[in-house]
Design a protein around this ligand. Structure first.
Ligand code: GFB
Length: 313
């Protein structure tokens, strides 16, 4: 990539897209073609084609997606399938059609079979049944990987796919119905501390294991891979370490400084029992994460308390 290249980040206001934008700006890139979702609805084929015809970006980071936590995935199943398929079909096709040099597609660790051997190796894709709570999202993301591969093999398009583990960081979603576990627990513990509530309710048993990556590390990996990796298939991006949801809750409780109890709502689903990425392929390319979990949670929490103490939206 050259500093004068034109770059399109789809979803530049989201947690992932905004982190990629910060990373590229820090590296000295200035030539961006950006549109908010109000300006360009990526689900609409003709709007997307017109945007690419007009802008013809050199590099495309496809970080726009309909995303959410376990309850959102399980509730809005139609939207998670339709919106994601539309967005990725339109962007990948138009990027190829209007001559982009390279595209990076972002997915998720939920593409793997629910009971795949751990840690999850890239070759486990499509070897078993998916976790039911996020099957629509996973099917869309698997279709995106296959679309990148098909455009590469039939048209020679440099489209790469990157599958991050569970993410957190600035610009996360704190809505308790649609968020992921980490921002939800930060909010719950913070509010309980302020109100003096005797306990905080977390969903499920607390026994599922999850891996968490700071979104600034993901953005760094995306920039690295856009420059140094150009192959079919996809790469896992994570830290290679996981912990139980209960241990995550205890870590967040400590960071927030809440001293009350934790209780469990076991009417809520646990989801996949474990989702630990095997990151040996990524490490062999020379990339490694740099932000450890507790440090990352602390920085997110401190920024949050400094910038918006009374509002979560
Ligand atoms: O982060 P999360 O919503 O998504 O939930 P997944 C992870 C675990 O945390 C589950 C538990 O076992 C939840 O039951 N949990 C405990 C909570 N308390 C809470 C809470 O207050 N809020 C939430 N949200 N969870 C998603 C997939 O799965 O992960 C997506 O549905 C995507 O497709 C994403 O892959 C990264 O890790 O289970």
């Amino acid at each position: 990539m050259q500093l004068e290249d034109k770059i399109y980040i789809a979803g530049h206001r989201g947690m992932v897209g905004s982190a990629i934008l910060r990373k590229l700006q820090a590296e000295g890139f200035t030539n961006f073609a950006l549109r908010t979702s109000a300006e360009l609805d990526l689900r609409r084929q003709t709007e997307v084609e017109e945007f690419f015809r007009r802008e013809q970006p050199d590099y495309v980071f496809l970080s726009a997606a309909k995303v959410g936590g376990i309850l959102a995935n399980n509730t809005w199943r139609a939207e998670f399938l339709y919106d994601n398929l539309q967005i990725q079909n339109n962007v990948i096709h138009s990027a190829w059609q209007y001559g982009a040099k390279k595209l990076l597609f972002l997915g998720s660790s939920c593409i793997y079979p629910k009971l795949a051997p751990q840690p999850l190796k890239e070759e486990s894709l499509l070897t078993g049944l998916l976790e039911p709570t996020n099957e629509p999202y996973a099917i869309a993301k698997i279709a995106g990987i296959k679309m990148c591969d098909a455009y590469r093999s039939q048209y020679g398009f440099s489209a790469i796919s990157v599958m991050p583990t569970n993410l957190y960081g600035p610009n996360d979603n704190y809505d308790l119905q649609s968020s992921h576990v980490l921002p939800a627990l930060i909010r719950k513990f913070h509010e309980a501390k302020r109100s003096g509530a005797p306990n905080v309710t977390m969903w499920g048993t607390g026994s599922p294991l999850r891996e968490f990556l700071h979104v600034d590390d993901l953005a760094d990996a995306c920039y690295f891979l856009m420059q140094h990796w150009d192959e079919p298939g996809f790469l896992n991006v994570g830290t290679g370490t996981d912990l139980s949801i209960k241990d995550l809750a205890l870590m967040i409780r400590d960071v927030v400084g809440y001293t009350g109890d934790i209780i469990h709502d076991t009417t809520k689903p646990d989801g996949t029992p474990r989702k630990l990425m095997d990151v040996s392929r990524l490490h062999s390319l020379g990339w490694h994460h740099s932000i450890e979990l507790e440090e990352g949670i602390r920085s997110v929490y401190e920024t949050l308390v400094d910038t918006r103490p009374y509002s979560w939206v």
